[in-house]
Design a protein around this ligand. Structure first.
Ligand SMILES: [Zn+2]
Ligand SMILES: [Zn+2]
Ligand SMILES: [Zn+2]
Length: 323
C-alpha cells in the first residue's frame, strides 16, 4: 500500500483552539459584536498549553491519542430512502434494521469538531437518532434534493453555537444553494433567531478545515457533477457515474473509502455494485464502505458476497479511522 502523507492532515499545534472562521464569518462576528472573546478566548489554559507542547514534541502521540478521526454514517440510502413509500418488496419490509436507510450523509468528527457531509431532508431525525449536538462545517457533494434539503434544520446548531456555519461546495453548487436558501445566508438573516445563519463558501481548490487538509474532485453524476472529497485518510465519493484515473490515484491507499453504489444493475447517473467494487479494488483502501443503495440491495445478502475489505455501510455505523 502506498504510504500516506501524514503531513496532509496533520493538526496544527493549535488544534484545540477555536479555528479562524472564514473571512465572511469574521465580518459577521464583528458586525454582531461577537468578538472571539465571547466564543473562546485566545488565551490558552495551562492544560491546553501542556497538550499542545506534547503534540508538538511527540507527533506520534498526536495521531495515536489526540486526533481520533471518526465517521458516523447518518444515512446510507438513495434519494427515496428505504423503505420507499408504498413498497412491499422484501427489502422495504425487511426486519433487518440495516435495511432501513435514511438519505445519504455522514458526520466526520475530529479534534472536537464535527463536519457534516451533505444535509439530507432527514437531518433533524438523524441528529436526534445519533445524538449530534454540534456541527461546525458542512461539505456539500452536489445539490440534488436528497443532499441539501435539510439545510434549514441547521438553524438549531446556529442557536446552540451562537455562530454562523460555513457550507462548502463547488462554485456552481453554491450558486444553486444561494438561489434555494438565500434567506439562510448569515449576512441576510440578521438577528432573527428563527433563520439559519449559513455562510456559503465556494471551493476553489484544496483547503484546510480545522487542521484537516481537504482535497476536492469534480466527477460526473450522469448529466450533473458531484464533488468527491479527500479528508486526510478518508476518501468520500457518492453520486458519481464514473471515477477517472486521476481520482483513483488521488485516493490510492486511503484508510477508508466511502463510495456510492446504487444497485446491482447499471444506472446512467450512479455506479452499480459491480462497478463500485472494481473501483474500490483499484483504490485499495484498507476498508471501503458502500452507500446510497436502493431497495434492490438486501444488506445481509449483498454483504455476504462482497470481498473482505469492502462492506455495505448502514445507518448509525460508526468507524474510527487510522492515520
Ligand atoms: Zn443522492
Ligand atoms: Zn421496496
Ligand atoms: Zn445525486
Amino acid at each position: 500500500m502506498p504510504a500516506i502523507n501524514y503531513s496532509n492532515w496533520a493538526f496544527p499545534s493549535n488544534a484545540f483552539a477555536r479555528p479562524n472562521p472564514p473571512p465572511e464569518i469574521a465580518q459577521i462576528d464583528s458586525r454582531e459584536g461577537n468578538s472571539s472573546a465571547t466564543c473562546g478566548s485566545n488565551k490558552k489554559s495551562l492544560p491546553e498549553l501542556i497538550a499542545n507542547f506534547i503534540l508538538f514534541v511527540f507527533p506520534a502521540v498526536r495521531y495515536t491519542f489526540y486526533v481520533k478521526l471518526s465517521l458516523t454514517f447518518l444515512g446510507t440510502g438513495t434519494s427515496q430512502g428505504i423503505p420507499m413509500i408504498a413498497c412491499d418488496c422484501p427489502v422495504c419490509t425487511s426486519a433487518d434494521p440495516r435495511d432501513k436507510r435514511m438519505r445519504c450523509s455522514s458526520l466526520v468528527s475530529a479534534g472536537g469538531r464535527n463536519i457534516l457531509i451533505d444535509c439530507t431532508p432527514e437531518l433533524r431525525l438523524q441528529c436526534l437518532t445519533h445524538k449530534v449536538e454540534r456541527i461546525d462545517a458542512v461539505l456539500i457533494t452536489h445539490t440534488h434534493a436528497d443532499h441539501i434539503f435539510g439545510l434549514d434544520d441547521l438553524r438549531r446548531f446556529n442557536q446552540l453555537q451562537n455562530h454562523p456555519i460555513p457550507v462548502y461546495a463547488m462554485p456552481d453548487h453554491i450558486h444553486r444553494l444561494d438561489k434555494l436558501f438565500g434567506y439562510a445566508r448569515a449576512d441576510r438573516a440578521g438577528d432573527n433567531p428563527d433563520l439559519p445563519k449559513l455562510v456559503f463558501t465556494p471551493i476553489t481548490g484544496p483547503f484546510d478545515l480545522f487542521g484537516l487538509n481537504v482535497n476536492v474532485f469534480s466527477l460526473p453524476h450522469g448529466q450533473a457533477q458531484s464533488t468527491a472529497f479527500r479528508l486526510g485518510p478518508l476518501g468520500y465519493c457518492t453520486d458519481v457515474s464514473m471515477v477517472p484515473d486521476e481520482v483513483i490515484n488521488a485516493f490510492l491507499g486511503v484508510n477508508v473509502l466511502v463510495l456510492g453504489a446504487l444497485r446491482p444493475e447499471p444506472h446512467p447517473a450512479h455506479l452499480s455494485l459491480d462497478q463500485a467494487v472494481i473501483i474500490a479494488q483499484r483504490i485499495r483502501a484498507d476498508r471501503t464502505y458502500l452507500v446510497h443503495v436502493n431497495h434492490h440491495v438486501s444488506h445481509a445478502c449483498v454483504e455476504a458476497d462482497l470481498p473482505d475489505t469492502i462492506h455495505l455501510a448502514y445507518d448509525g455505523l460508526n468507524i474510527v479511522l487510522n492515520p
